[in-house]
Unconditional design. Structure first.
Length: 231
């Protein structure tokens, strides 16, 4: 059997650190050009020497948050809540797999394509742009599906927390609301791409979920402390 206090402490630290790493890496992402303006965005991406490192940093942050989610599943393992926590844990694995695939496309493949377009001679520049634009559409699809999975995951954790008696009820309500907001933003993004309306829904929903992740981290750390102090 895993050590409850050690797993809770590890998960709590991972969840909070994951948010910090994800936000810090995202701050290095070029954001001057609007993502819906593909030509301007591609030109900005081609000039960024830290593109791959930035996206790998985002992936590391997501993996750390996923570790926190797995720890939360273990914390909620008893009774009916454990069923929902287990399903949420499986969804976490699927979501982090999509996150890794997204970063392979956005963080690696797209960078190669925009660099190729940027350095292409005039006679092949249009074709290189269309190829890069095709990779961009794959990125949009993966981004929307990743948000769908993470939104559903957070909602499932919310249900588990509301059923459980070991976590505060507000944490479950927060999860359901944040997950629902992310789920809605994923649908908007799937239909419209990286448009203004998609960005207007994605940013607030992502912020809500990240704040919830910090709350989960604090809850797990407190749970570890409670186990340590138990007679």
């Amino acid at each position: 059997m895993p050590s409850d206090d050690y797993l809770s402490r590890l998960g709590g630290i991972a969840a909070i650190l994951g948010v910090i790493v994800l936000v810090a890496a995202t701050m290095f992402h070029p954001m001057n050009a609007h993502p819906s303006d593909a030509e301007a965005a591609f030109a900005e991406y081609a000039l960024d020497r830290y593109w791959v490192a930035t996206h790998l940093g985002q992936l590391v942050g997501a993996v750390l948050i996923a570790i926190g989610f797995v720890s939360l599943s273990w914390e909620l393992r008893a009774g009916r809540a454990g069923v929902w926590g287990l399903i949420a844990g499986v969804m976490t694995v699927a979501g982090i797999s999509l996150a890794a695939t997204l970063q392979a496309v956005d963080g690696v493949a797209l960078k190669f394509m925009v660099d190729r377009w940027s350095s292409a001679p005039p006679e092949t520049r249009a074709a290189a742009f269309e190829a890069a634009f095709g990779v961009r559409q794959i990125e949009i699809g993966l981004a929307s599906l990743m948000e769908t999975f993470f939104g559903l995951t957070v909602i499932l954790y919310g249900v588990a927390i509301l059923i459980s008696s070991i976590a505060p009820r507000w944490l479950g309500i927060f999860a359901v609301l944040g997950g629902a907001a992310m789920l809605i933003s994923s649908v908007v993004q799937a239909h419209s791409g990286f448009t203004d309306i998609a960005m207007a829904t994605t940013m607030p929903s992502t912020l809500l979920v990240l704040l919830w992740c910090i709350c989960v981290g604090i809850f797990l750390l407190r749970s570890a402390t409670s186990v340590d102090q138990a007679p």
